[in-house]
Design a binder for this molecule. Structure first.
Ligand SMILES: N[C@@H](CCOP(=O)(O)O)C(=O)O
Length: 490
């Protein structure tokens, strides 16, 4: 399968690229993104065939359907990393929480967030290509808290790759920060910036598109790629768990094969929701995708009104920091899929130049046939955490909690919903302890122990040990100094 570009083709670039080209150099013409030329049609036969397949067998067959230029042995090695998850036989448990409401737990990997679902295998794939080509890569990662730890974990000590990970200092939870600043490996650099996630992601996109930066790297015998969902190498692995979660509901006799369900996705950069949209287009029976946000509710406004408007908008720090994002990368891939390259280029240009774009009434109607959305503020989220724990005996993190509001406001309760849980409770313990008991803990470790006692849940060793590890990554800089800091590292 070849990959095409969301904003049309700059004549100096090839018309189409292979999968490995798209993941090694993920920014396309005019700052656009790569998308598959045509999605594979899996159809009912694929779902029937995999009703009783393991996650890895399902994943392998879905990746085969994309016909990507990665050797079968490399894909096998990459998928074997799911064996490290809590339950190798089922890395993504799907749990019934209420009548018609199921939670797909995507956080059972090494960094306790859904990013492991894609970044674990992606690390093997990218590093293998780099080794085979005998090239060195700098992998940029911009994070609001989950992508960073998962990218560092997957690339740690891997051959031919180095990682520069940018995070907003003060804009993540303490556990997320510790996961990054305690990572000790020669090939990893963690850089806190005085700014917000959007500053980190804008720098990443600018550097990925900068020929000057690329030639400065090439003097150091290094090429450039990225670990974020701008890279289709991330998205391809984020389609699989939507199909798996659906099949789990069939296996649990919660739905009949072919019955439509809602996919309810906490959303920041929109990679998770895009994976669900592609799965739907490939044949998954979906009623609608519900997009859940926090107070940074630009996606809700887009889907309700057709206007993506950043004027007068500043990112606010919330209790669900991984979604403290205003410039959401993957909406662009949806725009391309629905409205084509000319319109996508126009809309993205409006956003870059005027900080706003507006869909026509027809375009908004098209968008709304697939998506609905709502946002949930911190207090509402805490109320859902407490209520769901006390009444349904289910403990969830603040990102997952945002979905409980949109579940109520956007879905027909007679139709089953899958809510995607993107992070474990351990990553946001002060918010959760506060929701459960009203306590205000000065330190995460106290909140973790309190929740562990209340909910009778063990704190995983990899989280507990963060509090005694040495902090080795101490760099905090202004956003203007990012490029220099990275070049000094290489
Ligand atoms: N929410 C993310 C932000 C980056 O998203 P990505 O899917 O593009 O990697 C985070 O937690 O880092």
């Amino acid at each position: 399968m070849n990959f095409i570009q969301t904003r049309g083709i700059d004549p100096s670039k090839p018309k189409t690229v292979t999968f490995s080209q798209a993941i090694l150099d993920p920014i396309a013409s005019y700052g656009g993104l790569y998308v598959p030329e045509k999605l594979p049609e899996l159809g009912q036969a694929f779902l029937d065939k995999h009703l009783n397949s393991s996650y890895k067998v399902l994943a392998k067959d879905m990746l085969d359907a994309f016909d990507i230029d990665i050797e079968s042995e490399v894909i096998d090695e990459a998928l074997n990393l799911y064996d490290k998850f809590d339950d190798a036989a089922n890395p993504v448990p799907v749990v019934k929480v209420k009548e018609n409401l199921y939670v797909s737990e995507l956080y059972h990997g090494p960094t306790r967030a859904f990013k492991d679902m894609a970044l674990q295998p992606f690390g093997i794939v990218l590093s293998s290509i780099a080794q085979k080509k005998n090239e060195n890569y700098l992998i940029l990662a911009a994070t609001s808290g989950d992508t960073g730890p998962a990218a560092l974990e997957t690339f740690k000590n891997r051959a031919n790759v180095r990682v520069a990970c940018l995070y907003p200092d003060g804009g993540t939870s303490d556990v997320q920060r510790l996961q990054m600043v305690t990572e000790d490996a020669q090939n990893l650099k963690v850089i806190g910036i005085n700014g917000v996630f959007d500053d980190a992601q804008s720098a990443l996109k600018r550097l990925l598109a900068s020929s000057e930066f690329k030639s400065a790297l090439s003097e150091k015998n290094t090429k450039l790629s990225a670990a974020n969902s701008v890279n289709f190498g991330r998205i391809i692995f984020q389609i699989i768990y939507h199909i798996h979660s659906y099949l789990e509901l069939v296996r649990q006799n919660a739905i009949e094969m072919g019955e439509k369900v809602y996919l309810n996705v906490p959303s920041g950069n929109f990679g998770n929701a895009l994976g669900g949209y592609y799965a739907w287009k490939m044949g998954l029976p979906v009623e609608k995708i519900i997009i859940s946000s926090n107070e940074n509710n630009v996606l809700t406004r887009l889907i309700k009104t057709g206007k993506y408007d950043l004027n007068g908008c500043d990112v606010v720090n919330t209790t669900s920091p991984a979604m403290d994002i205003l410039k959401s990368s993957n909406v662009e891939r949806i725009l391309f899929d629905m409205f084509g390259e000319v319109r996508t280029k126009e809309l993205m240009q409006d956003l870059e130049e005027k900080n706003v774009y507006e869909l026509t009434a027809d375009e908004l109607a098209t968008l709304r046939t697939c998506f609905d959305a709502d946002f949930c503020n911190g207090d509402e989220g805490k109320a859902y955490i407490k209520d769901t724990f006390e009444n349904d005996n289910y403990l969830m993190d603040p990102h997952t909690a945002t979905c409980f509001k949109s579940y109520e406001t956007c879905s027909d309760p007679k139709i089953k919903s899958i809510i995607y849980s993107t992070a474990e409770w351990t990553k946001f313990s002060p918010v959760i302890a506060n929701a459960l008991t009203g306590e205000v803990d000065a330190e995460d470790i106290i909140a973790l122990e309190s929740i562990s006692n209340t909910a009778k849940l063990a704190i995983p060793a990899m989280v507990k040990e963060l509090f005694t590890k040495e902090i080795v990554q101490k760099t905090i800089i202004n956003k203007e100094d990012i490029e220099k800091e990275i070049l000094d590292f290489i």
